[in-house]
Write a protein that binds this ligand. Sequence first.
Ligand code: SF4
Length: 365
Amino acid sequence: MAVNAKRPVFAHQLMAWQRMHGRHDLPWQIKPVDPYRVWLSEIMLQQTQVTTVIEYFERFVARFPTLHALACASEQEVLSLWSGLGYYQRARNLLACAKTLTAQHDGRFPESAQQLALLPGIGPSTAAAIASTVFGERAAILDGNVKRVFARLTCAAPPWGSPALERTLWAEAVKRLPEQSDQMPIYTQAIMDLGALICRPKNPQCGRCPVAQYCQAFQRGQVDRYPVARVRRSLPLRKAYWALCFDADGIWLMQQLSSGIWPSLWLPWAINPDALPRGWKSTIQGLQEVVEVRHCFTHYRLLISAAMVRLNRNTPPIGAPKGLQRFVWKEALRLPLPTPVARLLSRLCPAAITTDGEPRKSRRS
Ligand code: SF4
C-alpha cells in the first residue's frame, strides 16, 4: 500500500484498532461523557503519565465532584491535592479556569477549541482534545506522544522542540483527521493510545502497530532515528541550602511567597548561602546528615543540600525566621509540597505514611 494513504483509511484502521485494543476504562471515560472530567484529566495528563494521574484524578473528583465545587475551593486546598504531581502552575490555572467558567460562562465549557484555548491553562492541543472528545469538533491534538507518532510516520527532519517540527506535525495531524465529526472522540483516543501503548519512546511495538503500513520510518527501517533529537545544551546549575528541622513527631516548614520558584508551596528553612559560615555543617546543632537532592527545571538544574537537623520535641530551631511553623507529620504530608521536599519528608517521616494511613507511593520528579 502507498505510504501516503488516503486520510479515511488511516483514520479508520486506527479507530478499528482502538475499539479492540485501546483504553476504555479510564476514570474520565465514563458515559455520558463529562466535560469537567475530560478537562481535568487533560490538564493532569500534561507532562504526566496515565498510571500516575489515575490516583490523583480519583482523589480530586472525590473532593471536587463538579466544576462548581472546584470553583469554590481555596488555592491551598487545590495545591494540597496536587502535591506530588509537579508543575504546580497547572493546579493554579485549573482553579483560575474553574472560576472563569463559573463567572463568565454560566459554569459551562465553550464548545469550540478556539474558545477553549482562551481559558487559563488550556493550550491548543488540550483545547482540541476537549473539543473533539466532548463536542465532536474536527480538531487535531498534538501532545508529546502524538508528536512522536507523526514524526515517525512522516520521517520529519526538524529536531524535537523546534518551531519547524511543530508546524510540520500540526499540518500532518490535521490532514489525518477522519471526515465525520462523530468519529472524533474515538479517533482522538485512538491516536493518544497509539502513542502511549504502541509507538512508545523506547522499543516501539511496530509489529503490533495498526498503521505500520503508512509509517515511513518503519518502512525505511529507521524508526530509531525519529523523532530527531533536539540539540542538547547543558543547563546551568544553581545551588540551594535548606535546614530541614524535625523531631520525632513533627517538622518545621515555611510557606513560600506567591512569587518565586515554588509559589505558595511549603519548604524547609532556606539558608542564605552567602551567610553560611566556613565549615557550616559543624555549626549546626542536631545535624544528622546532609542529603543532596537534584531537581530539574526548564531553564536550570537545582542542587539542594538539605541539612537534616534533629531537634528535641517542641524546641524551636535557634534563629528560625518568621513564618517557620511546626507541623505534626500527618499534617505536613497534607500540605502542598514541591517534589524534592516530598521526597525528603518521605525519607524522614517515621512511617512514611500518606494522609490515609497508607504507605506513600513514590512520586514523579
Ligand atoms: Fe510507531 Fe512503529 Fe507504528 Fe511507525 S510502525 S507509527 S514507528 S509503532
